[in-house]
Write a protein that binds this ligand. Structure first.
Ligand SMILES: [Fe+2]
Ligand SMILES: [Fe+2]
Length: 280
């Protein structure tokens, strides 16, 4: 499972940027902002330090992040005691616990924004199934193949979103990334192996190649949509503020490059990138 090489946006990165982060490696915490308009100055550590525009952006990004975490718990929940094997049930339980922790981390960041943040948390915690921001999180897991395809395709987008925040300019968010990323890696590896087992018709394992293929057609377009609009002004602002590393389109392109050989290795086919898309 390859991870994408990390690049930083064009422009003038801080001279102190370590080679490891340019090359995509894990790095020790960095104190300075590494890209964007404030490259080279100390990272922001509290809501009171950040400019109002950036404050609004952090809040918006954390609400979307937390919403996806809580929504996926609702989607996985019915499979906690329906997954086909003991190991699958254990991983399902693990995923639910991980997503709850990720939601908690995003909400802790929101909580630092005082009353405004707390109101948003209250709203997030009261959202019922089917009422979330992104379409991928309003769809049910009708079959076990949906669980495999969701974790393989949708959690993988989540990893790209988190990697875009790695070493970002807001310290509390940057520090939340390493653990979240390692947990997400388990989810998408699990998804890949579940879907592959179904696709290859493993004896005694539920599902058929046709079901696996159907699940690819169901989840891949929604996963591509999750990256957002190609010409999003918000994603450009997030890069200028040093919060995100890639534009939506850059991240989507890398994702497609990564997922294409993986799907082929399962003996399945991907639809065209414009198939059943809602967000372009
Ligand atoms: Fe998560
Ligand atoms: Fe996940």
């Amino acid at each position: 499972m390859g991870t994408p090489p990390i690049s930083v946006p064009d422009g003038n990165p801080a001279p102190s940027m370590p080679t490891t982060i340019r090359q995509g490696g894990t790095v020790e915490p960095v104190r300075e902002i590494l890209w964007g308009q404030s490259a080279g100055v100390r990272k922001y550590e509290t809501p009171t330090e950040v400019p109002p525009d950036m404050r609004e952006l952090i809040v918006k990004l954390m609400v979307v992040q937390a919403d996806t975490e809580f929504a996926s718990i609702q989607q996985h929940r019915p499979w906690l005691d329906k997954a086909p094997t003991l190991e699958d049930r254990w991983v399902e339980a693990r995923i639910v616990a991980d997503e709850a922790r990720h939601g908690l981390q995003a909400c802790r960041i929101l909580r630092d924004f005082g009353e405004e943040g707390q109101k948003l948390i209250d709203d997030l915690l009261s959202r019922p199934e089917g009422h979330h921001k992104l379409d991928a999180f309003n769809m049910k897991f009708d079959r076990w193949s949906d669980v495999g395809a969701f974790t393989c395709f949708v959690d993988r987008v989540g990893v790209y979103q988190l990697r875009a925040f790695q070493e970002c300019s807001y310290g509390p968010l940057a520090r939340a990334m390493p653990l979240m990323l390692s947990e997400e890696q388990l989810h998408l590896n699990f998804g890949y192996h579940v879907l592959k087992r179904i696709a290859q018709g493993t004896p005694g394992y539920p599902g058929t190649r046709e079901e696996a293929q159907k699940a690819v057609y169901k989840w891949y377009p929604r996963a591509l949509d999750m990256f957002g609009h190609s010409n999003s002004a918000t994603s450009r602002r997030a890069i200028e503020y040093g919060l995100k590393r890639w534009t939506n389109e850059e991240a989507r392109t890398r994702y497609i490059e990564e997922i294409t050989p993986l799907v082929k290795s399962m003996g399945l086919e991907l639809p065209a990138t414009d198939f059943d898309r809602h967000v372009t």
